[in-house]
Design a protein around this ligand. Structure first.
Ligand code: ATP
Ligand code: MG
Length: 418
């Protein structure tokens, strides 16, 4: 038997109504905020991510699915969305649109990682990107989109914010970090010893408990910000407070991607185990330029749908609430005999045209088997159509929920609502 590749997911019909609820909520929220959807290729040139995401990041160092095409170009399945959106904005001249430019995506991504709960090799993200405004109120607006989605879906997610400064203040901070961690070099894990040379900021993102303990006493970014970055961070807090969005300042949030400047943030759910970050994002004021575009600042986030689904399931379990289920037919029509079959398919078609969920037999089951099936698919009503019923134009409508029966003219069936 051929099985799906390691780390990929089948999202089965029973779970799809939950995904639809998420997608519907995403579309409603983004449209109210004025974000437009953008779609981009499933694969891009690998160099986009090497330059855009950064050579010292986990994504580029170990997680890309790369392949060579027949012309010898190195391509890569998209591991994240921001670099793709930025490439598209530059290539299609979207930077000429009125600012702020507000875009969102809802799609799948690929990373070569060790599969575990909440971490797969193909996964889905809802992400937004806002371009063309440096103001902290834009950062707060972007954060509020994720916050609103969590609230509308009834998910508890704690917001952590931090500022990692700009190219002006970061060198000072880097120096302070290098000084601190160099004194503890022998205690660091192998990866972080390497990071000390290549990208000391990333040590703060390490999941190992020993490095974690060292990080607790490490110099904090927010203590090394230049005046402009410090003011920006204060403005962010003011805007969040103005919207009633609760947050904690967490000096260890630095995010895994190289392109971030100033604001970085994560939403964390305590309900879903070790992979608890449901959403991560930040500001990337240098990225568009870095990818050969114009001077254009940006801010965005990626929100993991598989982790969101886990959180929604946990939440429903805790609160004893129902998750969305598949739509059930309002009515099942059981024909007996050839003439009735034609009448049934005509009637069902009429109902469907009126956007009423209806079913009739198209398998040739016995009447008994049909009634069993109607029950299984959760139909509210069932009607048996035989030669007699067709001749008299009257049939018996059975409520399968409570067993009640009543006579009804066949024409009236099209008017049944609930
Ligand atoms: P992590 O620290 O969990 O590896 P990350 O920093 O690599 O996360 P981002 O690149 O910021 O994650 O992606 C944003 C969100 O996408 C994450 O918070 C998570 O919800 C989701 N995500 C990232 N990688 C995976 C994955 N392999 N499987 C499922 N969801 C993922
Ligand atoms: Mg990761």
């Amino acid at each position: 038997m051929i099985q799906k590749p390691k780390g990929t997911l089948d999202i089965l019909p029973d779970e799809i109504p939950l995904w639809h609820k998420i997608e519907d909520t995403v579309r409603t929220i983004t449209s109210k905020y004025g974000f437009s959807e953008i779609k981009f290729p499933t694969f891009e040139q690998s160099s986009l991510f090497k330059r855009g995401v950064g050579g010292t990041t986990d994504i580029v160092q170990k997680e890309m699915f790369t392949m060579d095409d027949r012309d010898g170009n190195e391509l890569c399945l998209r591991p994240e969305g921001t670099a793709c959106v930025v490439r598209s904005v530059i290539e299609n001249g979207l930077f000429n649109e009125p600012m702020p430019l507000k875009l969102y995506y809802f799609t799948n991504f690929f990373r070569y990682e060790k599969p575990q709960a909440g971490r797969s090799r193909e996964f889905y993200q809802f992400g937004i990107e806002m371009f063309g405004t440096e103001k902290a109120s834009a950062d707060a607006t972007v954060i509020s989109v994720a916050d609103m989605l969590f609230k509308k879906l009834g998910v508890n997610a704690r917001l952590n914010i931090n500022s990692i400064g700009c190219p002006k203040c970061r060198p000072n901070y880097h120096a302070a970090l290098i000084e601190y961690f160099s004194a503890h070099e022998s205690e660091l894990c192998d990866t972080c010893r390497e990071r000390l040379k290549t990208n000391p900021l990333r040590i703060l993102d390490c999941k190992s408990p020993i490095c974690g303990a060292l990080c607790d006493n490490a110099p904090k970014t927010v203590e090394h910000l230049c005046d402009e970055c410090g003011e920006h961070f204060e403005d962010l807090k003011t805007s969040l407070e103005a919207m009633g969005i609760e947050y904690s300042v967490n000096p260890r949030i630095v995010r895994g991607l190289d392109y971030y400047t100033r604001t970085v943030f994560e939403f964390i759910s305590d309900d879903i185990g070790a992979q608890s970050t449901v959403c991560g994002g930040g500001r990337y004021d240098g990225l568009v330029k870095e990818l050969d575009g114009p001077e254009l600042c940006g801010i965005g986030f990626g929100l993991g749908i598989t982790r969101l689904v886990l959180a929604m399931k946990k939440n429903a379990e805790k609160q004893g609430t129902e998750l969305p289920t598949r739509e059930r037919p309002l009515i099942y029509i059981a024909p007996m005999g050839k003439t009735a079959e034609t009448a049934a398919i005509s009637l069902v078609h009429k109902l469907r045209t009126e956007q009423i969920a209806a079913e009739c037999d198209i398998t040739g089951r016995s009447l008994k088997a049909q009634m069993k099936y109607a029950d299984k698919i959760g139909a509210t009503y069932a009607v048996v159509l035989g030669d007699n019923e067709i001749e008299n134009g009257i049939c018996e409508l059975k409520n399968l929920r409570n067993g009640e029966k009543r006579s009804i003219s066949i024409e009236e069936i099209a008017n049944i609502k609930e």
